[in-house]
Every structure is written in structure tokens, then in C-alpha cells.
Design a protein around this ligand. Structure first.
Ligand SMILES: C=C1C=NC(C(F)(F)F)=NC1=N
Ligand SMILES: [Mg+2]
Length: 219
């Protein structure tokens, strides 16, 4: 079966990858997402985690709303962790971490037509994810992050460079404490994109923040 998306299209989509759940914003997430899209984000991940997050039907209803906003603007919609929900909604993709079900099991569950992203911290984890059929890797935490409670230790942009040197050619998006100022260094290290939670979700203007990342990532 043909892949849902080719590498180059996916690399483009990963360039400004906004990730958020309802606990990362203090106003309706569909509104924040719409503003971030108008500012130029290229992909969205719904990551509903942590204390006070939505569950069950409320989570499903929010996911449907956010998916519709993405469809209305031709932006890909990725769900974090929740493979059943991603399959039930026919989302564009699923993102899993090292603590979730293995990437190869997940790939079997979702088939070839859904994007599979995997969080990796080490070169060994990256090689395993490639072997398991991942479409892209989330590498980090590159810098200190407040958005993830159980983050691994900070690895710096050089981890991305080391992965490239070891022959990892899969699309890579950097994650963890990413700001506009730090983005050029991440690009130079070989990342195809940056994934952002609070620098857009908590920005006074999510569209302005998204546009700043877009401007840096486009050239
Ligand atoms: C923990 C995560 C690490 N990386 C990514 C992504 F940026 F999508 F690759 N998403 C996550 N939820
Ligand atoms: Mg996870």
C-alpha cells in the first residue's frame, strides 16, 4: 500500500509543529489553534495529558473539534499516545513515546496509511524506531522544558547532529524548551522542524509567535 505521506512532504509538515492540550492554554484550544494556524504552523498534535486534562467523551469531542479546524485549513492532525482514538477518528497520525506500546505494535494497529511519530532520546532508540517503521522522530528534550513532567535529561542540539552522523535520515523534529531564539541552532544541527508547546500556547499572540518560527524555518 502506498504510504500516506512521502518523506519530503512530511519534512515540510514538521517545520513548525504546534503541540497542545487543553491544560496548556487558558482559553478555548480551538481558538488558540485557529490563531496558530493563521500564523503559519504546519502541523498540529493534540496532546491531552496531565492533571485536569479531558478524558473519555469530553476528550473525544474536543479532538473532533480540533480535527475539523485542521481539516478546514489543510493542516495535519496528530494525536498523542491514544492509538484507539486516532484510529477511531481516522486521524492523520499518532505520536507515541518510549513508555507507550512499541512502535512496531502500533504500526501494525494503524497500518501504512497513518503517520507514526516516535519520541526518542538516544541513538539506539532512534535506530529501533526506524526499524519499527516510524515516519518521523521527536528528539529531545533539547532544552529544559516545563511542558513535560517526566522528561529525560536535556540532550542539547548536538544529539540531533550525532543522529545524523550515525546515519539516521528519517525526518526529525526537535522538542523541549524550544524558543524562537534557539531555533536557528536547532536547524543547523540537522532538524527538519521544531515542535512547540508553551512558546505558542502561552503566547499573548499565538499567531505572532507561530509566524516568528515560520520565518526562521522557511529559509
Ligand atoms: C513527547 C513528545 C516528543 N516529541 C513529539 C513530537 F514533537 F511530535 F515529535 N511529541 C511528543 N508528544
Ligand atoms: Mg507518550
Amino acid at each position: 500500500m502506498s504510504k500516506h505521506i512521502d518523506n519530503d512532504t512530511l519534512k515540510q509538515a514538521l517545520s513548525v509543529y504546534f503541540i497542545s492540550g487543553t491544560t496548556n492554554v487558558n482559553r478555548p484550544l480551538p481558538n488558540v489553534l485557529t490563531e496558530a494556524i493563521s500564523g503559519g504552523i504546519t502541523l498540529f498534535q493534540f496532546r491531552e495529558k496531565g492533571s485536569g486534562c479531558l478524558t473519555n467523551k469530553a476528550k473525544r469531542d474536543m479532538a473532533e473539534k480540533l480535527f475539523q479546524v485542521c481539516k478546514d485549513h489543510q493542516i495535519g492532525f496528530i494525536i498523542n499516545d491514544d492509538v484507539e482514538l486516532a484510529i477511531a477518528m481516522n486521524a492523520d497520525g499518532i505520536h507515541i513515546g518510549q513508555k507507550d506500546a512499541g512502535a512496531s505494535i502500533t504500526r501494525k494497529m494503524i497500518g501504512e496509511n497513518m503517520i507514526l511519530g516516535v519520541s526518542v532520546h538516544t541513538i539506539e532508540e532512534a535506530k529501533q524506531a526506524v526499524a519499527d517503521g516510524a515516519d518521523y522522530l521527536g528528539v529531545g528534550p533539547i532544552f529544559q522544558t516545563n511542558s513535560k513532567q517526566d522528561a529525560e535529561e536535556v540532550c542539547g542540539p548536538e544529539r540531533i547532529m550525532d543522529m545524523r552522523k550515525s546515519g539516521i535520515n528519517l525526518p526529525i523534529v526537535a522538542i523541549g524548551g524550544i524558543t524562537v531564539e534557539k531555533t536557528p541552532e536547532i536547524k543547523r544541527a540537522g532538524a527538519d522542524g521544531v515542535s512547540i508547546i508553551s512558546a505558542i500556547a502561552s503566547a499573548p499572540s499565538p499567531s505572532y509567535a507561530a509566524n516568528q518560527f515560520k520565518e526562521i524555518m522557511k529559509d
